[in-house]
Design a protein around this ligand. Structure first.
Ligand SMILES: [Zn+2]
Length: 256
């Protein structure tokens, strides 16, 4: 019962928090940002209260992967497949959470510049994105960002929210978790900024140049038009903002 109350509190508090604050920024001295960071830490703490093993995470990831494969088409070959594998082999020895086996999949999609990761270490990259990156370092930026989402548990916490919702509230819990995921876009944006920073740090450990990440955002920014309302709804912050945050982080923390 105690767990039930705790979980209901989790859902409601963060939904309200997301409404009260409009969007995430990367400046920790900003008032909005410090509230959001507090909310995010609380959310993470609450989810981690019900831990999930690496083995279970990989099982869940494999089921999600199989589910996705019903609708997605993968490419077995690609001119940059070897490059992709080389970058992964350089990055993955430097992750924090051991035991996760990273697997990359090339989605047959020549329209969307996109990459994403799911729990358990499945990384997806569209053929358009693979063609679009200009250098090995730029590809390393994309992949290290996705690895960071897995390594820092962003991906698995999303799954845990739904699993916990189902466990404690049945169908209502699943619905609440889905609604909460939609409502918590600013918290999602915090994960994006975090993955940018952790990804850049991972690149340095693997001997890549994280400044190529800035070039990546400059290219991406050409496709985006800034809109204050849309900003609240976006799962990802605008590329210009990510560029500026990453640039600050690299200058101040990574000395680059
Ligand atoms: Zn991301």
């Amino acid at each position: 019962m105690q767990n039930k109350i705790f979980f209901l509190f989790l859902f409601t508090s963060f939904s309200l928090l997301s409404f009260n604050t409009s969007y995430a920024q990367c400046n920790p001295n900003d008032e909005v940002e410090s509230w959001l960071s507090w909310g995010k830490s609380w959310e993470n703490f609450a989810i981690d209260y019900f831990p999930i093993s690496v083995e279970r995470e990989m099982e869940v990831g494999d089921s999600l992967y199989l589910e996705m494969m019903k609708e997605q088409k993968l490419l077995k070959t690609h001119p940059k497949k070897q490059l992709l594998e080389r970058v992964m082999n350089r990055l993955t020895p430097h992750v924090n959470r051991k035991g996760i086996v990273y697997r990359t999949h090339i989605l047959d999609d020549d329209e969307m510049v996109n990459a994403f990761a799911i729990a358990g270490g499945h990384l997806f990259i569209t053929s358009k994105m693979l063609n679009w990156v200009d250098s090995e370092d730029e590809l390393a930026f994309v992949l290290s960002h996705e690895i960071a989402h897995v390594d820092d548990k962003h991906s698995v916490r999303k799954v845990q929210k739904i699993l916990l919702g189902n466990q404690y509230f049945g169908e209502y819990g699943v619905m609440a978790a889905n609604i909460e995921l939609v409502l918590s876009q600013p918290l999602g944006q915090i994960d994006e900024y975090t993955a940018d920073r952790l990804g850049a740090a991972l690149m340095v450990k693997a001997g890549y140049d994280p400044r190529k990440g800035l070039k990546f955002f400059e290219k991406m920014a050409h496709f985006e038009e800034y809109n204050e309302i849309e900003k609240m709804m976006r799962s990802h912050p605008y590329s210009t903002e990510r560029h500026n945050c990453l640039s600050d982080y690299m200058t101040n923390e990574l000395n680059r």
